[in-house]
Design a protein around this ligand. Structure first.
Ligand SMILES: [Zn+2]
Length: 84
């Protein structure tokens, strides 16, 4: 039994893709994430935007590109906001 984390699996797939000389293309979230992971309902309308999923059937809300969202941690802005 493998107990790879999703991250490890992703690295493995990327490694294999590079070895094979093929460009690694992640599934296009605009078209592959129209299916609700909660209820299975598939509808183009489930995707009001590329980064958002809103199931028309059960109302489930989620970020469609969770894996890609960069973690923005602005630092040093407090000083600017508060002045000296
Ligand atoms: Zn749903």
């Amino acid at each position: 039994m493998h107990s790879w984390s999703f991250h490890q699996l992703g690295q493995y797939i990327e490694y294999r893709a590079r070895r094979a000389g093929v460009p690694l293309v992640y599934a296009d979230p605009a078209y592959t994430s129209q299916q609700c992971s909660e209820c299975g309902h598939t509808d183009r309308g489930n995707r009001p935007s590329q980064a958002t999923f809103a199931c028309r059937s059960c109302g489930a809300l989620m970020h469609a590109e969770r894996q890609r969202v960069p973690q923005h941690r602005p630092q040093g802005r407090d000083r600017a906001d508060h002045g000296a």
